[in-house]
Design a protein around this ligand. Structure first.
Ligand SMILES: NC(=O)c1ccc[n+]([C@@H]2O[C@H](COP(=O)([O-])OP(=O)(O)OC[C@H]3O[C@@H](n4cnc5c(N)ncnc54)[C@H](OP(=O)(O)O)[C@@H]3O)[C@@H](O)[C@H]2O)c1
Length: 317
């Protein structure tokens, strides 16, 4: 334990950080140890990590002093923010700034910042193809992360900028799975037209992050995109039909229709899918499955993910 490199994992009780924590714990001879950071060390997920040998430490992204304490003595830190807990890009940026400053103060030697594109570099606020949201953003949960890259760069934090992809797990946990249409046939609704959507099993985000820490200094200052496969809505529906053993049709709504669905964040996600559709080449370019496989040799295809998880997808309206 003494000579292992400690990775402080933000979000260790969640999807991305949980995958990283498990990747490190699954490789006890790999030379790394997990420090799982959570607001609630007494939660079942925190206790499960402790039972597997992780050090569990309390800290809050809104409390800079707690973050600095949690990062002290760590070699690396995995930094992720959860936009969907508060829907506030301003809060997400403040949390990212706290992370960068804590990493700098604690002298962390390798940070992975789980970021996304600042879509305004492609679609300026003056571009009327999609509405401006919250006054300053096109895709708030992307733009805030992309804008936050500067906190790490400007503080001189040795950082790898990780561009993640759409989790296929959203079909289970984010309400994006197929639902019965008016005729009872399952419909997979996505505002992507015929454009491919880069996707990944969320467990592979954590495993890829582990691969980045293992490569170390070579990836500091670099932007690394990760993806399992890029598939059209029609291909995703076909895969679902095969895995579920019943017909699933692709319901290619427009981004404007998706924004109109009205659930919290529908406008943000409608703009996000429109960006991914209209800038498919730019969005896809940094996300290369072969490169990802060099970081994560167990990288799953969509069919493999479906084989393992299709039964967990809720199918009712
Ligand atoms: N869904 C997608 O397809 C997708 C794709 C790319 C990127 N993303 C991004 O992924 C992010 C969410 O990551 P995830 O899916 O891994 O999240 P998640 O599974 O919902 O878990 C959230 C994690 O963040 C921790 N956390 C939240 N607020 C915290 C705070 N104030 N202080 C300390 N820890 C805090 C939670 O820890 P405790 O509750 O234990 O404190 C938990 O471990 C979002 O920002 C989203 O934009 C999502």
């Amino acid at each position: 334990m003494q000579d292992r490199k400690v990775i402080a994992v933000i979000g260790a009780t969640g999807a991305q950080g949980g995958g990283l924590a498990r990747a490190i714990l699954d490789d006890p001879d790999g030379g790394f140890a997990v420090r799982a950071i959570t607001r609630n060390v007494a939660s079942d997920k925190a206790k499960a990590l402790a039972a597997r040998g992780a050090e569990v430490v309390a800290a809050d992204l809104d409390d800079p002093a707690s973050l600095q304490r949690a990062f002290e003595g760590a070699y690396g830190a995995y930094c992720v923010t959860n936009f969907w807990e508060h829907f506030s890009p301003e809060k997400e940026k403040a949390q990212a700034r706290n992370l960068a400053q804590a990493a700098k103060a604690a002298g962390v030697r390798h940070v992975i910042w789980s970021t996304l594109e600042d879509t305004r570099q492609h679609v300026p606020l003056s571009d009327a193809r999609m509405p401006t949201l919250m006054g300053h953003y096109k895709v708030p949960h992307f733009d805030a992360k992309g804008e936050s890259n500067a906190y790490f760069t400007e503080a001189g934090v040795p950082t790898t900028f990780l561009l993640t992809s759409f989790y296929w797990d959203n079909l289970i946990h984010f309400g994006l799975g197929p639902k019965p249409g008016a005729d009872g046939v399952l419909e997979f609704t996505l505002p992507m037209g015929d454009a491919p959507l880069p996707g990944i099993a969320v467990e592979d985000i954590g495993r890829s992050a582990y691969g980045i820490f293992k490569q170390g200094d070579a990836l500091i200052g670099k932007t690394v995109g990760i993806v399992g496969e890029s598939l059209t809505g029609a291909q995703m529906a076909e895969g679902l039909a095969r895995a579920l053993g019943r017909p699933v049709r692709y319901n290619a709504v427009t981004p404007a229709q998706f924004r109109g669905f009205g659930f919290p964040g529908a406008d943000d996600l409608g703009n996000m899918f429109q960006f991914k559709q209209e800038f498919a080449r730019e969005f896809g370019a940094p996300r290369d499955p072969e490169r990802t496989r060099t970081l994560d040799p167990k990288l799953q295809t969509y069919a493999q993910w479906l084989q393992a998880h299709a039964a967990e997808i809720p199918l009712e309206a």
